[in-house]
Design a binder for this molecule. Structure first.
Ligand code: HEC
Length: 165
């Protein structure tokens, strides 16, 4: 009987672990269309580390709401421009640790009505204290002013490198 109980408890614990890994609780203040973004395709393989003249300082992981085969040709070349309704999320953490605090979320969305900013809507959220994120008042035109430097790659600086060649 005792053995059965031990097995039962360990099954429950592993189920909880799996569930918490799959489901992600979006912190308050962030838009619902990025819910579950940590399960999206990772654009960059390695975490981007802070560097001098860093536009968004911290440890960054980038995610895109498209499957690798929607981003690549059969020869594994990246397709530009990104399709309509692409969402790219840049998650910025304070330290290199996986469970470190998220301090900034930058988002690019490919949506109609953004012709003046390369087809992308740019928006950014930060948290200054507590759990809740607030939108940073930074005009999307100013985001694009810098991002248009990456015009060859559809105004997205980071190329999709996170796939097996
Ligand atoms: C001074 C230049 C500059 C400005 C201004 C800027 N960015 Fe970026 N952004 C970058 C660079 C460079 C990267 C490449 C990855 C990195 O190091 O952060 C990047 C990366 C990103 C990414 C990940 C996709 C990519 O392009 O690699 C998103 C999303 C993003 N920025 C959103 C924004 C938003 C939203 C704003 C405005 C609130 C903004 N950026 C303003 C330079 C800039």
């Amino acid at each position: 009987m005792k053995k059965v109980l031990v097995i039962f408890i360990s099954v429950c614990i592993s189920a909880l672990y799996i569930l918490s890994a799959i489901s992600q609780i979006l912190p308050p203040g962030l838009p619902s269309d990025i819910d579950g973004y940590t399960n999206w395709t990772r654009l960059n393989k390695k975490v981007l580390r802070p560097r001098s003249a860093d536009p968004h300082s911290g440890y960054k992981r980038l995610y895109v709401n498209k499957k690798p085969n929607e981003l690549l040709t059969q020869n594994r070349k990246q397709i530009f421009p990104y399709p309509e309704e692409t969402i790219i999320v840049k998650e910025v953490k304070r330290t290199a640790q996986k469970d470190s605090d998220i301090i900034l979320i930058s988002i690019m969305r490919k949506l109609p009505g953004n012709e003046a900013t390369g087809g992308w809507d740019f928006i950014e959220y930060s948290r200054f204290s507590g759990d809740s994120f607030t939108q940073i008042q930074f005009p999307k035109e100013s985001c694009y002013a810098c991002h248009q430097g990456a015009s060859k790659t559809d105004a997205v600086w980071t190329r999709f490198t996170n796939f097996r060649k």
